[in-house]
Ligand binder design. Structure first.
Ligand code: GCU
Length: 609
């Protein structure tokens, strides 16, 4: 644990993302989605000179990366690129699934979008990216705006002082090369889709504007709505912020502190609580000066008590499924349509909960979960063997955690922040993860913190023995009885123990099946095998002490460069209950039946008074 103190001492616990603008869907935005020109720059010619000096490191901003500048004015100058004559691709969208010749490409691609913009007096302008995988270097009109690392969280830059009425030249260098020191590291079991994978928007705001706010129930108090509002560039032009929830007759007026923040606690005993069965969302508006920012927010309590997960005071069993962010074209999912496709299947299964693996999914997913009633496990990609010894890696992981929580802290459907998946145990790893747990709680003390742990077994005895469980509210683990070991016939004899008196969630179990391949129940890769594997695992899991939920692996077959068995996998991980063509396998109905019985049998008793 001394390492943890060590990391703690090294830098202060940051607050929410300093500049990230939230609640984008309800703001004044102009979309830059659509056709962008792109240049595949395998040797990063646009970024480094022939002696590998980075153009950006040279003096002054005018030396930004080569491709970020306007075309040369005088014809004598040697220019060996031309965006306007380069091909285009649709943004948002990964390049792998859009361009066959880029399917396996991993490296740098430059993107360019030209646009006009008439920025009115006394207004500010920001360029916002929903996500870019993996590293983005952004330039506007030859000026470098900044760099963002992390493939699944949003970021924005202010461009008020450099935007022009005509012919703005927005250039993004995207590099999706996997690296040892990155988060995730080089080794994952999912496809590394590169590109500008989520919306690109221009956000217009007043000189001083509502940047962010947090409006949820106070921890442990179902009658108090608490939170804050952050005003950017607070100039005392107006002293008060108003938070309105008309249906609850709330019209709260709060005085803004010198630092532009208003914190509040509003008591109200008429709240109709959000739940999967009754996903009540309230119309909320945050008002400041002449700005009115609307949102739809639900209120619920989530806690653990007596080693159970307790929602609105009642123990709940998390009937879940794990989901990767992939669409029906075998690319990165991004749209509301993609979210409807995935979460409708989850509802059809009888789920009240989903694990969005292994990275923050696009905002459509969590907003839809709010609307249709699915509790959500969100996760940062601290996956397998990230470099736990590197402070830069830690800061990167923490920044992705901060951006995920900043973006989704008002989504009541999110009940769990997950900070790791199957990370090998070591002192530095324990310090790294332990610090992330402290960080998450410092930002949001009401949601539950978890991580998908590995387990140990000795014959028919299986158990969790992982020190970071001390830092977690829920002990979650992945087990693969019958797929990566163990014998399905022994399922009911296996005894699980956990030395932590905390709720247990089996965050993964499952096995592969090629949809449409049939045989005997012990024939690996057949639907019958997967069906039997689910039957046996569910029998075993149902007996685990403090079992409070499951999220089997996985809803839909997904692309993975690790899964190469010809005629069976062909580049897909086949553990889906549904094939990537959208056809259900027999095991889908085993889980659906289990959840039907569970939702009846699990008559939530009220938690200890
Ligand atoms: C692991 C891992 C998943 C992976 C799965 C599998 O538990 O968490 O990301 O896809 O097992 O092997 O299919």
């Amino acid at each position: 644990m001394k390492l943890l103190k060590h990391i703690l001492l090294l830098f202060p616990l940051f607050s929410f993302s300093q500049e990230l603008i939230t609640n984008i869907p309800n703001r004044e935005t102009t979309s830059l989605n659509g056709k962008w020109n792109y240049i595949v720059d395998q040797y990063e010619t646009g970024y480094y000179s022939f002696h590998q000096d980075a153009f950006d490191q040279q003096k002054g901003l005018q030396k930004s990366a080569y491709y970020s500048n306007y075309h040369a004015q005088n014809k004598q100058e040697l220019v060996e690129y031309d965006f306007d004559k380069s091909p285009t691709m649709t943004i948002p969208g990964d390049w792998n699934s859009q361009k066959e010749n880029l399917f396996y490409y991993e490296g740098t691609v430059w993107f360019k979008k030209s646009f006009d913009y008439d920025l009115k007096e006394n207004k500010r302008l920001f360029v916002y990216f929903g996500a870019v995988n993996y590293k983005a270097e952004v330039y506007l009109n030859g000026i470098k705006l900044g760099v963002h690392e992390g493939g699944f969280t949003p970021f924005n830059f202010e461009v008020s002082s450099i935007i022009k009425d005509k012919d703005n030249f927005l250039v993004v260098k995207v590099d999706d090369t996997r690296r040892k020191e990155a988060v995730p590291t080089t080794n994952t079991d999912w496809f590394n889709y590169g590109g500008i994978t989520r919306d690109v928007l221009l956000i217009e705001e007043p000189k001083t504007y509502i940047q962010d706010y947090f409006i949820q129930l106070k921890k442990g108090d179902k009658n108090t709505i608490s939170g804050f509002v952050i005003i950017n560039n607070f100039d005392k032009s107006a002293e008060f912020v108003t938070v309105k929830i008309p249906e609850l007759k709330i019209n709260y007026k709060g005085k803004i502190d010198f630092d532009g923040k208003v914190s509040f606690e509003i008591i109200n005993k008429k709240i109709q609580y959000w739940s999967p069965e009754s996903p009540k969302l309230y119309d909320v508006s945050v008002e400041y000066n002449n700005q009115i920012l609307k949102d739809n927010i639900g209120f619920r309590t989530i806690e653990t008590s007596d080693a159970k997960v307790v929602l609105n005071g009642k123990p709940v069993f998390l009937r879940g499924i794990s989901i990767h962010e992939e669409n029906d074209k075998g690319g990165r999912a991004k749209s509301e349509t993609d979210a409807v496709r995935l979460l409708t299947w989850a509802k059809e299964l009888g789920c009240n909960y989903v694990r969005l693996a292994h990275y923050p999914h696009n905002e459509n997913m969590v907003r839809l979960a709010d609307k249709i009633g699915l509790m959500v496990w969100e996760e940062i990609p601290v996956y397998w063997t990230v470099d736990f010894t590197s402070l830069d890696t830690y800061k990167n992981a923490e920044n992705q955690l901060v951006e995920m929580i900043t973006r989704d802290k008002n989504r009541c459907s999110t009940i769990i922040w997950s900070i790791a998946n199957e990370t090998p145990i070591s002192d530095v790893r324990n310090a790294f993860i332990g610090n992330l747990a402290i960080k998450a709680r410092s930002l949001d003390n009401a949601r539950l913190i978890s991580a998908a742990l590995l387990t140990k077994s000795n014959g028919l005895d299986s158990f969790v023995d992982d020190a970071i469980a001390e830092n977690l509210d829920i002990v979650a683990f992945n087990e693969y009885l019958g797929w990566y070991g163990g014998n399905l016939v022994d399922a009911e004899k296996i005894q699980w123990t956990s030395k932590y008196n905390k709720p247990v969630v089996v965050s993964e179990f499952g096995g592969g099946a090629k949809q449409g391949l049939h045989g005997e129940k012990m024939d690996r890769w057949t639907e019958e095998f997967q069906e039997y594997l689910y039957i046996q695992n569910l029998k075993m899991i149902d007996k685990i002490p403090n079992i409070s939920g499951i999220s089997p692996w996985i809803l839909v077959d997904f692309r993975s460069p690790r899964r190469l068995l010809p005629e069976i996998q062909d580049g897909y991980n086949r553990k889906g209950l549904i094939s990537n063509e959208g056809n259900k396998k027999k095991a889908f109905f085993v889980l659906k039946d289990f959840y039907e019985k569970k939702s009846k049998r699990f008559t939530p008793k009220s938690a200890s008074k």
